[in-house]
Design a protein around this ligand. Structure first.
Ligand SMILES: *[C@@H]1O[C@H](CO)[C@@H](O)[C@H](O)[C@H]1NC(C)=O
Ligand SMILES: *[C@@H]1O[C@H](CO)[C@@H](O)[C@H](O)[C@H]1NC(C)=O
Ligand SMILES: *[C@@H]1O[C@H](CO)[C@@H](O)[C@H](O)[C@H]1NC(C)=O
Ligand SMILES: *[C@@H]1O[C@H](CO)[C@@H](O)[C@H](O)[C@H]1NC(C)=O
Ligand SMILES: *[C@@H]1O[C@H](CO)[C@@H](O)[C@H](O)[C@H]1NC(C)=O
Ligand SMILES: *[C@@H]1O[C@H](CO)[C@@H](O)[C@H](O)[C@H]1NC(C)=O
Length: 449
């Protein structure tokens, strides 16, 4: 098409430029006729050109939309993995388009964000990220009078400012500041202190107050830990913090015992324990490490919670067999005379173990394991020996092919000493190869710390 346009144009120009040349130029009418024909040709070409362009465009669009659809289908039709919120749960595992997951929070936690989220066509999750927030019971500032709120799961507690008590520090029992109207007793701080000095002779738990007069009104204050007592605004008496925090909040001040002191308090621990650095709880003193024990040379010192035990391992006396100590905690049978069946059926060894535990340990729990080092037979059996006392507190279970474990099955209240014997017997084709006894002694303390 472009070629024919060029030819026509050339022909036309040539004749315009050289009207007097010797060549026979076609007449005007002839030119116009052929031009019309060329024009017709051109518009036909143009039409078909535009038509094929349109077709091409259509095809490209179709291709594009197909490709778009295919990419969405080909790339994962799942949304990104959603994490399980800490202190909560996620219900629903499917992450594909259209599926929903739900979230729950553990008791004491509140859900923040979306409770349910849907995996959308865009492969993103609807809603907001879900978290479980500890319900802040302190948010409403429940502790009054300067008390400090301590948020705990599902509850709160108040640590009251000195001089306030009660669950929310609402009780103004001990008052540091007392307003007394129009009294003649107090004049100025200096004289007030001086005038009340005689009253302060009753001991360190009573101190003089400090009073000031403001616009005819007397304000008397006490040192920290003291409060104005009764009607007499001139004297301050010690606040018994131990008594004050005893009701309902026992243990909050001290793990064991509280001792009231002038203007304060301190915690004390039972014998065998020392107050910890924070002053509130108790830690066991290791008498065995600190030579605070009186165990003799042939005894072993076993540190227990709140004390110590001196133990001595003596090998058992059993008919038909003799035992010798092979280590401080182990006795082994001397070789049996040939053909002495009674001897060969006695235990091959006794081992002794001592455990120190605190009172009221939660149960069930594994207390001790007995494991065979190099078993020779085809079978190992583990069993619990000992009387009814042992059976009431313990069982023996197998934990793997060569290991048995002594389990505490019920909490024990101390102070107590429990004994249990675990027997391991080795067999080969049902014939006993040997018996090994492990004696476990458990010293249970009086306290849970
Ligand atoms: C598609 O899913 C697979 C696992 O199912 C993942 O490894 C891959 O990264 C995902 N691809 C895209 C583009 O999301
Ligand atoms: C203080 O008490 C006296 C008499 O006891 C009285 O005359 C005076 O008005 C009182 N002052 C005030 C501020 O209440
Ligand atoms: C107990 O603690 C006090 C002070 O922390 C320390 O002086 C003392 O030696 C401790 N007693 C024992 C037996 O550890
Ligand atoms: C060790 O001392 C305790 C008292 O602290 C006493 O009861 C016990 O008999 C003493 N033991 C020995 C072996 O001296
Ligand atoms: C084992 O000991 C008992 C009691 O001491 C004795 O009567 C018995 O004869 C002994 N058996 C053997 C095989 O030595
Ligand atoms: C023993 O522990 C349980 C749970 O820890 C507790 O509820 C119980 O009061 C404790 N018993 C004693 C006697 O302290």
């Amino acid at each position: 098409m472009l070629a024919s346009t060029v030819i026509v144009t050339t022909l036309w120009c040539f004749c315009l430029l050289h009207p007097t040349s010797g060549q026979d130029c076609p007449s005007r009418q002839e030119i116009q006729g052929s031009l019309k024909q060329v024009q017709k040709l051109l518009s036909a070409h143009e039409a078909s050109y535009l038509q094929s362009l349109r077709n091409l465009k259509k095809k490209i669009n179709l291709l594009q939309s197909n490709v778009g659809k295919q990419t969405t289908r080909a790339i994962n039709s799942t949304c990104p993995k959603l994490d399980v919120p800490i202190n909560g749960r996620k219900l629903g595992k499917s992450h594909s388009v259209g599926h929903e997951v739900h979230f729950l929070c553990d008791p004491g936690y509140e859900l923040v964000g979306s409770e349910s989220r849907v995996c959308q066509e865009s492969l993103t999750w609807s809603g907001q990220q879900t978290t479980c927030r500890d319900i802040n019971e302190c948010a409403s500032s429940p502790c009054l009078n300067g008390g400090t709120c301590v948020d705990e799961v599902n509850q709160f507690s108040c640590i009251c400012a000195k001089g306030w008590s009660g669950a929310t520090c609402q009780s103004p029992v001990p008052t540091f500041f007392v307003t007394i109207t129009n009294t003649s007793a107090a004049t100025s701080p200096a004289t007030a202190a001086a005038s009340t000095l005689p009253a302060a002779t009753t001991g360190p738990f009573v101190r003089p107050s400090r009073c000031t007069i403001v616009q005819g009104t007397t304000h008397c204050t006490c040192e920290p830990g003291y409060t104005i007592s009764g009607r007499d605004s001139n004297t301050c008496t010690d606040i018994d913090e131990c008594e004050l925090f005893h009701n309902g909040q026992a243990g909050r001040l001290c793990l064991h015992a509280c001792v009231n002191t002038p203007g304060g308090y301190r915690c004390s621990c039972p014998v065998g324990y020392n107050v910890t650095r924070d002053g509130r709880s108790c830690k066991d003193i290791d008498e065995c490490a600190t030579r605070q024990n009186n165990c003799t040379k042939d005894q072993m010192c076993i540190n227990t919670y709140g004390g110590f035990q001196c133990v001595r391992v003596d090998c058992p006396k059993i008919p038909n067999a003799t035992y010798v100590k092979t280590s401080p905690m182990r006795c082994e049978r001397n070789p049996c005379p040939v053909d002495n069946k009674a001897c060969s059926q006695t235990p091959n060894s006794f081992s002794y173990h001592y455990l120190a535990v605190v009172s009221n340990l939660s149960a069930p729990r594994v207390m001790f394991r007995v494991s065979a080092l190099r078993p020779m037979g085809d079978t190992l059996r583990f069993s619990l020996l000992g009387g009814r006392q042992a059976r009431r507190h313990f069982t023996v279970q197998r934990s793997d092919r060569v290991t048995g474990q002594l389990m505490l099955v019920s909490p024990v209240q101390g102070p107590a000493t429990l004994e249990a014997e675990v027997e391991m017997s080795e067999l080969e084709r049902r014939v006993q190869l040997g018996r090994y006894i492990t004696k476990v002694t458990m010293f249970v303390s009086q306290y849970e710390f």
